[in-house]
Write a protein that binds this ligand. Structure first.
Ligand code: ADP
Ligand code: MG
Length: 321
C-alpha cells in the first residue's frame, strides 16, 4: 500500500510586497491539511489568528467526520428536519446547485461510497462490487431539501469534502476584509484565496503542481481577489495490484473517476465555486468541462491531461514551465 498526500497542491510564488508593511503569518493544521494565512497590508496578528479560528469553527459545523457537526447530525437524522447553522444551509444549497449544473459530476452525497475505499486510513482497499452497489443506495442529491436554515436529508449520506476548503476559505477571507485587511493570501491545503491587489502592483502568481511527478506544469497569474483550487488524482491515492486508485469518485460508478484528466485547476471569484468546479471538471473530462465553463464566464481552468499536455479554458494567464 502506498499513500501519498501532497503537502501543498499549489506552491505560492508571491513573496515580498515591498511596501513597508510587515508580513503577518499564521498557520495551523485544519481540514486535514496545512493552513496558512499571510497578511500583506492592513490587519494585526490577532486578525490572522481569528481567521484561523473561523476556519476551525466552520470545520466543526461542516465536517462529516466530526461528532456534533451539522453534517453528522443530518447524516444521522433519518429524514427528520434538522435546524442547522445558516452557513451550513447556504453552503449545502450552493453545492447542490453546482451539483445540478454539473449534471451530478459533483455529488455531495458520496460519503458511503468514499468511506468504503478507506482513503483516509492506513489501509485503503478496493471494495467489492456488491459493497459499492449498497453504498450507492445512499447517494442522491434530490433527497436533500434546504428550506431557510432547516435541512431534510432522507436516506442519504452527505460529504462536503469537495467544496469545504474553498467555502471555508471564503468565510476566512470575508472576516479579514471586514477587519480592514486590504492584501492577504490564504492557503488551505493548496486551495488558494487572494484578497486585494498586491501593494507593489504586481500579479499574484500560483504554480500548478505536476500531477505526474515532482515540480510544476506552469503558473497562473492574476490580480485582485480570486480563488484557485486544484483537484488531482495525485493528491490522495493508493495502489493495489499495480493499479492506482485516487480519491475523486465517479458518482455513477462509485469508482475513481477516469476521464483522461490528471488534474483540474479552476480560477473563480470565490473559493466554493473554484473548489466545486475543480472536482467536477476532473470527473467530467475535457469535452464536458469546456461546455460547462461557458456557463461560468468569470471562471477559467487549466486541465492537465493524463498524457501530460495542458489545456486552458476561459481567460487565464497561464505560463508553461
Ligand atoms: P481535495 O479535497 O482532496 O483537495 P477535492 O476538492 O477534489 O479534493 O475533493 C475530493 C473529496 O470530495 C474526496 O475526498 C471525497 O470526500 C469527496 N468526493 C469524491 N468524489 C466526489 C465527487 N464526484 N463529488 C463530490 N465529492 C466528491
Ligand atoms: Mg474540490
Amino acid at each position: 500500500m502506498r499513500k501519498m498526500i501532497a503537502a501543498l497542491l499549489a506552491l505560492l510564488l508571491m513573496c515580498c510586497t515591498g511596501c513597508g508593511h510587515r508580513t503577518i503569518q499564521a498557520s495551523s493544521f485544519a481540514l486535514d491539511t496545512e493552513v496558512t494565512i499571510r497578511l500583506y497590508a492592513g490587519g494585526e496578528e490577532q486578525d490572522a489568528e481569528d481567521a484561523l479560528a473561523c476556519i476551525d469553527s466552520c470545520e466543526r459545523l461542516l465536517s462529516a467526520h466530526r461528532e456534533g457537526s451539522d453534517i453528522s447530525a443530518l447524516n444521522a437524522s433519518d429524514g427528520q428536519p434538522v435546524p442547522v447553522d445558516a452557513l451550513t444551509a447556504q453552503m449545502l444549497a450552493r453545492a447542490l446547485d453546482i451539483g445540478r449544473e454539473t449534471e451530478g459530476a459533483l455529488d455531495v452525497t458520496l460519503l458511503a461510497a468514499s468511506e468504503l475505499w478507506n482513503y483516509k486510513s492506513d489501509c485503503p482497499r478496493v471494495p467489492r462490487q456488491a459493497e459499492i452497489d449498497e453504498a450507492l443506495r445512499w447517494k442522491g442529491m434530490e433527497r436533500i431539501a434546504v428550506e431557510g436554515s432547516v435541512v431534510t436529508a432522507k436516506e442519504v449520506r452527505i460529504d462536503l469534502g469537495a467544496v469545504a476548503k474553498g467555502a471555508i476559505g471564503d468565510e476566512a477571507r470575508a472576516l479579514l476584509r471586514e477587519r480592514g485587511v486590504t492584501c492577504a493570501l490564504l492557503n488551505l491545503g493548496g486551495n488558494i484565496l487572494t484578497l486585494g491587489q498586491k501593494p507593489d502592483g504586481s500579479d499574484w502568481v500560483v504554480a500548478i503542481e505536476d500531477p505526474a511527478g515532482e515540480g510544476c506544469v506552469g503558473t497562473v497569474a492574476f490580480s485582485g481577489s480570486r480563488a484557485v483550487a486544484t483537484s488531482s488524482g495525485a493528491q490522495r491515492y493508493f495502489e493495489a495490484e499495480g493499479v492506482r486508485y485516487h480519491h475523486i469518485l465517479d458518482p455513477e460508478t462509485g469508482f475513481p473517476a477516469r476521464s483522461g484528466i490528471a488534474s483540474a485547476t479552476v480560477l473563480a471569484p470565490d473559493g466554493l465555486t473554484a473548489d466545486a468546479l475543480s472536482t467536477a471538471l476532473f470527473v467530467m473530462g475535457e469535452e464536458c468541462a469546456e461546455q460547462l465553463l461557458q456557463r461560468y464566464p468569470d471562471c477559467a481552468a487549466v486541465l492537465v491531461r493524463e498524457d501530460g499536455t495542458v489545456r486552458t479554458l476561459g481567460a487565464v494567464d497561464f505560463t508553461c514551465d
